[in-house]
Design a protein around this ligand. Structure first.
Ligand code: LMR
Length: 396
């Protein structure tokens, strides 16, 4: 039965990690995947997470099945974080949240549910977007198009073109938006632009699906939720996927959530019942550990503060690496000032696929072929090597 099976291409992001792991060069650097490493190049285990895990280990809880929608305390904690605990949407019972397998799992459950809800709708992702967005919505059965977003000339958002794209969409089109720290470009909308986006989505009867994988990596938990606050005030119904892979450094635990804002508590009950069917036929119910840890951290004032401090530390270190890279490239005669303007883990460097290939072959530096690099993998030991290598491949 497998005789005619063709070899699938490597994943554009995780495939880089596979190639990186197989590379025996000691000075190799993986700027491909969006993962935060500390200044020693190590994946951190946050102290707040460690404390919550220790308490959980001491309690030695049994491992029964979770509810289909996951741990209630976790879902509540996610809602408070994403929507703000005093949000009228929460008081009105207008938000349902299910624990999902990472941000990707949340997107997929949302996509599968949307396919049942609006089967003929088209999905639009930003141009460019996270590599997996298109594949994920296509695998849910949707036709996927793009809306104008990045402007290579200004290294920012072409907002006029973005608005024109949104205005041209048919009613019920699904628009995938990045709440903050746009992946892959690092170019975000301003608060005023978000306001306009919300207005167009409302006027055109579009369905927003807000992907929030980097809350806390631009300016902070609250400041990074601006888009969410504007949507909350709009009276619209929409989808939000959250991820705690990066903000809790819990990548392998697959901790994420899907939230859906409905028009009423009664509607919420019906929508939740349908989403639970999607979960049940995919993986039945989520695992116990990661969600319990995130819930424990978010619901303890001390651990929550410790976590926010650690998150701020990650954010500030990435920022310092952005500034350092700009300075080092400037010393080589290159103006990369835009890197310091972009937010989150990524920068769209403008390096061509060929230059990225040279970085790998000649210098052991791995990046996404689109020129996206992850600044969170830079540190004081490898940044000179990276800056020198970029300068080398920029030479004609
Ligand atoms: C990335 O964009 O590198 C991260 O979101 C990791 C992933 O799953 O692709």
């Amino acid at each position: 039965i497998f005789a005619a099976v063709e070899m699938a291409p490597r994943d554009p992001i995780l495939g880089i990690t596979e190639a990186f792991n197989a590379d025996s060069r000691t000075h190799k650097v993986n700027l491909g995947v969006g993962v935060y490493y500390d200044d020693n190049g190590k994946l951190p285990l946050l102290a707040a997470v460690k404390a919550a895990e220790k308490a959980r280990l001491d309690a030695m809880p049994a491992r029964g099945y979770q509810p289909i929608e996951g741990l209630a305390a976790y879902n509540q904690a996610v809602q408070n974080l994403v929507f703000g605990k005093d949000s009228p949407l929460l008081a009105n019972g207008q938000v349902i949240t299910i624990e999902a397998l990472g941000g990707t799992g949340a997107l997929k459950i949302g996509a599968d549910y949307l396919k049942r809800l609006v089967p003929g709708a088209k999905v639009y992702i930003s141009d460019p977007s996270w590599e997996n967005h298109r594949a994920l919505f296509e695998s849910a059965g949707f036709e996927v198009g793009t809306y104008a977003y990045y402007d290579a000339a200004t290294r920012g958002v072409n907002f006029a073109a973005m608005k024109a794209s949104l205005n041209a969409m048919a009613p019920n089109a699904v628009v995938v938006l990045h709440a903050c720290c746009h992946n892959p470009t690092g170019a975000d909308l301003t608060d005023a632009q978000w306001q306009e986006v919300v207005q167009i989505i409302k006027a055109k009867n579009l369905i927003a699906f807000i992907d929030m994988a980097y809350q806390g990596f631009a300016e902070g938990i609250d400041a990074d939720a601006v888009a969410l606050k504007l949507f909350a005030a709009s009276g619209l119904q929409y989808f939000v996927s959250s991820s705690f892979s990066k903000s809790f450094s819990l990548y392998g635990e697959r901790v994420g959530a899907l939230s859906i804002v409905t028009a009423s508590k009664e509607e919420s009950a019906r929508v939740l019942s349908q989403v639970k069917r999607v979960v049940r036929t995919n993986y039945s119910n989520p695992p116990t550990h990661g969600g319990a840890i995130v819930a424990a951290v978010l619901s303890s004032p001390e651990l929550r503060q410790q976590w926010e401090d650690e998150l701020a530390g990650m954010r500030e270190r990435i920022r310092a690496m952005r500034i350092a890279l700009v300075e080092k490239l400037k010393a080589h005669g290159h103006d990369f000032a835009f890197v310091a303007q972009q937010r989150g883990m990524f920068s769209y460097t403008g390096l061509t696929a060929q230059q990225v290939e040279r970085l790998k072959d000649e210098f052991g530096i791995y990046a996404v072929s689109t020129g996206r690099i992850c600044l969170a993998a830079l540190n004081t030991r490898n940044i000179d090597h990276v800056a020198d290598a970029i300068a080398q491949v920029l030479k004609a």
